[in-house]
Design a protein around this ligand. Structure first.
Ligand code: BG6
Length: 471
């Protein structure tokens, strides 16, 4: 294009976090443990989540910085076990108070809260009763969602259901949140049963919101990465199409159209992994409707046809591609056309634009980017500055691709990069930083926990001011 369309008025320039990665105070003020707090094994050299960024104690300072950066919105998740310590029993008033104060603080700075109901941190007490394998967790989730809608519905217009449900299923044990609940004799079968239950739970939450708060809006938040074929061989193209169905469309077809994607369902049947259904399940799924499609995007994926038998295994192309290896169907492949981040994740801005187009053409709902960003080890200079030009480059090129997608005709309502402030990564500790705001701590030394504005903070401030990329 010789000229790009502008970002729409009221575009939600935002930043994202999740409760367990940013809050800390894991067992304070009545909070019950979540599966994340049960975790005892961490990749070597990485910290746990006990203090995280200490946002629980410093949220006022953090929100003031978000306000200074100019954020129009802030996406965060509520910790289910902070609000209901055992997942389905008594409500913890101090948990409600924390989120009420946070939301109040955001509103006072003119920042729109975007609230994720569930971001990987299932209450430990529910996990002990079978977690998502147990249908009772569906009831507990609906009750929890209704409590949040009741408590915060007056102040919160934008809601998200389950964060990266597809990653929880495809990564299984790797995320460590649902993996331990499964029956080891056939982990996939159990994971797809859990998946079915999560879909029902999310459908109940969508319906509850629409019934209780007709003005509010809700959508799913899977990780969507467009899948390329490694070559133009039709078999590779077929593998890419299959993996697109299993990885992406299964989740969005359900959230938008309320039905199982046919290719994905055929895949589940072929493996004997189709979930058990109860009467009324399909009707419930069909009745729930998303108001927008929120999605997390870090990079594209590339796969090729796989001719291994089910019992053979091969090495995967890195943690970003984890879950893409499926003997007899597809295996991940490196994409030689893409550069990688310091942590080996491929960078693909064109893939971002294609992802926008594909989601839009399939669903015709407004799109909200709920995560996108660059994880890198930053350096705090003696004068308190952090020169993260690499992050600015990543974000700039993705914002440009998003604007191209808008010019292609895609309706995009907001952009919420990961992360508003430094936090603990899912697998690589605090060393893999994503934030606009530096938190002074390292893996095991908590140092001052003071906040410092990175170069990307000032740059994003200018983007927001200009409602688009500054000249
Ligand atoms: C998404 C998650 O998978 O990616 C976040 O929703 C996560 O919780 C983010 O932190 C980046 O991944 P990582 O492993 O680099 O932290």
């Amino acid at each position: 294009y010789s000229q790009l369309d502008p970002f729409p008025e009221g575009f939600l320039w935002s930043g994202s976090t999740s409760a367990y990665q940013v809050e800390g105070a894991t067992l304070e003020d009545g909070k019950g443990p979540s599966v994340v707090d049960l975790r005892t094994q961490f990749p070597e050299g990485t910290s746990d989540y006990k203090v995280a960024s200490d946002h629980y104690h410093r949220f006022r300072e953090d929100v003031a910085l978000f306000g200074e950066m100019g954020l129009k919105a802030y996406r965060f998740s509520v910790s289910w076990s902070r609000v209901i310590p055992d997942g389905d029993g008594e409500v913890n008033p101090q948990g409600i108070e924390f989120y009420r104060n946070l939301i109040g603080e955001l509103r006072s700075k003119g920042i729109e809260p975007i609230v994720t109901l569930y971001h990987f941190d299932l209450p430990a007490a529910l996990h002990e009763r079978g977690g998502w394998s147990n249908r009772e967790t569906i009831d507990a989730f609906e009750r929890y969602a209704r409590i949040l809608f009741e408590e915060f519905g007056g102040e919160v217009k934008y809601w998200l259901g389950i964060n990266e449900q597809n990653m929880m299923i495809l990564h299984g044990d790797a995320i460590g949140t649902s993996g331990e609940d499964h029956d080891d004799s056939d982990p996939h079968k159990d994971l797809y049963q859990q998946n079915h239950h999560m879909m029902l739970a999310q459908a109940r939450a969508f319906n509850a919101l629409h019934e209780m708060l007709p003005e509010a809006k809700i959508g799913p938040a899977p990780n969507i990465a467009i899948v390329y074929a490694a070559t133009s061989k039709p078999e590779d193209m077929l593998a890419a199409d299959s993996y697109n169905a299993i990885r992406n469309w299964l989740y969005l077809d359900m959230a938008v159209h309320g039905r199982y994607n046919s290719t994905a369902w055929a895949y589940l049947r072929a493996h004997g992994w189709e979930p058990k259904m109860e009467d009324g399940d399909l009707e419930l799924l069909a009745s729930a409707k998303a108001d927008y499609v929120a999605f997390n995007y870090y990079s594209s994926m590339t796969v090729q046809a796989d001719h291994r038998s089910m019992t053979e295994t091969k090495s995967s192309a890195g943690d970003q591609q984890l879950g893409a290896s499926d003997p007899g169907v597809q295996e991940p492949a490196d994409n030689p056309n893409l550069e990688k981040t310091a942590f080996g994740w491929e960078i693909d801005t064109v893939g971002f634009r294609i992802t926008f187009r594909q989601i839009w053409e399939r669903y015709h709902l407004p799109l909200l980017v709920t995560e996108n960003g660059l994880g890198a080890p930053d350096t705090l200079e003696a004068d308190g500055s952090v020169h993260d030009g690499y992050r600015i480059d990543y974000l700039r090129s993705h914002i440009h691709a998003m604007q191209e997608a808008i010019t292609d005709g895609v309706e995009v309502m907001g952009y919420s990069p990961w992360s508003a402030i430094d936090l603990i990564s899912t697998h690589s500790g605090v060393t893999k930083r994503y934030g606009f705001i530096y938190v002074d701590r390292d893996e095991f030394d908590l140092r001052t926990l003071d906040r410092f504005k990175k170069d990307s903070f000032y740059w994003y401030q200018r983007v927001i001011e200009a409602n688009g990329l500054p000249d």
